[in-house]
Design a protein around this ligand. Structure first.
Ligand SMILES: NC(=O)c1ccc[n+]([C@@H]2O[C@H](COP(=O)([O-])OP(=O)(O)OC[C@H]3O[C@@H](n4cnc5c(N)ncnc54)[C@H](O)[C@@H]3O)[C@@H](O)[C@H]2O)c1
Length: 387
């Protein structure tokens, strides 16, 4: 295997963790350097002993110093489009973090760019696609074990420390992160779209900020064991000091209902401050039911008419970031793609559909109405067609 010369735009916590996962699964890494005004991921690389290379000062300077075997983009979401265009111009293979871009306009513009056959290979870090439990879920659904899919409920509930981090990090602002859903649950909606094999037709959503607001500043600032709350992780680039006093303008809890083109219905419930963490998908079909518990990494499935015990699968690996080994699996997938030409589990097109789905949900919440997604898909398909 060759040594991969890598250039990083946005050396934050995420890219540092992805580089560590690449190291875990045997990549030969030569990080040539990075462009990042405040590289939050540096201590993570230092702990692993991965040299970060040269500080190039800007993405332009970095991209001029090719060739690179991979350009990795891990900047805040509002910069993805600009950094993708610069990397397209340079022409080296790209790994970019989700969400692929931040707005509908950027999505349509990107779709037009991706039609150009000179665009280099682009791999998006929708890491759940590589999780063994997610692959198993997709496999079971595709094999018809649930029959015709009818309805589903899904959750993502984060512990207070994670919610407090989101309220302090750049994700707290729409202008940088897009929205809570765009940054956090575009993963889930990517998988839902893949499972259903259809696009959302109608969406409605409610959400708000009830947790991280100044009126709650007297909330307990420590846990029952005395350890400090809402302060552990470095809030990083453009971070705020206090989770309750930040200028946050995204939701800290939100619900959504989605009806897909196929008639399949989904309800989603999320909260950023719970004491019983959960990420769970309950999928009901005419012939069976599947429950995927992504925190405990356990899957349960049973045929509708089965009187015996459900089949249970335990995927064993559990990590505190709830990625449960997915980062390593994605790093192995990417290596396999670059070395052997294997298909990467998710395409930029899938990533754009996931992003647009979540943007429609946010629009429904803001405008307090049911959003008909058909005009958005018409615009997207037109952009894909080049107009
Ligand atoms: N796939 C996943 O599971 C996953 C998990 C976490 C984050 N992410 C994504 O990864 C990306 C980074 O998130 P993060 O958690 O690492 O955030 P982070 O704050 O740790 O890192 C972002 C980095 O971007 C840098 N940056 C800011 N302005 C820049 C500029 N002009 N040019 C270059 N770099 C710049 C910051 O200094 C910081 O080091 C986001 O898009 C996020 O949605 C994905």
């Amino acid at each position: 295997m060759k040594t991969y010369r890598i250039g990083v735009i946005g050396l934050g916590q995420r890219i540092a963790h992805v580089l560590c996962a690449m190291d875990d699964v045997g990549w030969k890494l030569n990080v040539a350097g990075y462009a990042d005004p405040r590289p939050v991921g540096m201590p993570i690389l230092a702990e692993r002993g991965i040299a970060p290379g040269k500080d190039y000062g800007s993405a332009t300077a970095l991209l001029k110093d090719g060739p690179f075997d991979l350009v990795m983009i891990g900047s805040p979401n509002h910069l993805h489009y600009e950094h993708l265009l610069a990397a397209f111009e340079a022409g080296y293979p790209i790994f970019a973090e989700k969400p692929i871009v931040r707005t509908e306009e950027e999505t349509f513009a990107l779709a037009r760019h991706l039609k150009d056959t000179r665009t280099p290979p682009l791999f998006i870090g929708l890491v759940m696609r590589s999780m063994p439990i997610v692959r198993e879920t997709i496999k079971r659904v595709d094999a018809g074990e649930l029959g015709e899919l009818v309805s589903m409920d899904a959750t993502e509930h984060l512990p207070p420390e994670h919610g407090g981090y989101l309220a302090r990090n750049w994700r707290r602002k729409q202008e940088w992160g897009g929205s809570y859903y765009l940054d956090k649950v575009c993963h889930d909606f990517d998988i839902f779209g893949r499972i259903v094999g259809a696009r959302p037709a109608k969406v409605v959503s409610f959400g708000g900020r009830k947790i991280f607001r100044p009126e709650r500043e007297s909330a307990a600032r420590s846990y029952s064991d005395g350890s400090p709350a809402y302060a552990i992780r470095d809030a990083g680039w453009s971070g705020a000091n206090d989770a309750f006093h930040s200028d946050m303008d995204v939701t800290d809890h939100q619900t959504a209902l989605v009806e897909y083109d196929s008639g399949f219905q989904l309800s989603f419930h999320s909260n950023t401050h719970v004491s019983l963490g959960e990420r769970r998908w309950y999928i009901a079909g005419t012939e069976g039911t599947l429950l995927a518990d992504l925190v405990r990494n356990k899957l349960m499935i049973r045929r509708a008419m089965e009187k015996g015990k459900p089949e249970r699968m335990d995927f064993a690996t559990r990590t505190s970031d709830n990625h449960n080994g997915a980062d390593q699996a994605m790093a192995a997938d990417l290596l396999n793609t670059l070395e052997k030409g294997a298909a990467f589990p998710v395409t930029p097109w899938d990533s754009m559909v996931a992003g647009l789905t979540v943007m429609a949900i946010d629009r429904a919440m803001e405008e307090q109405r049911i959003v008909d997604c058909a005009p958005m898909w018409a615009d997207y398909d037109a952009a894909r067609g080049g107009s």
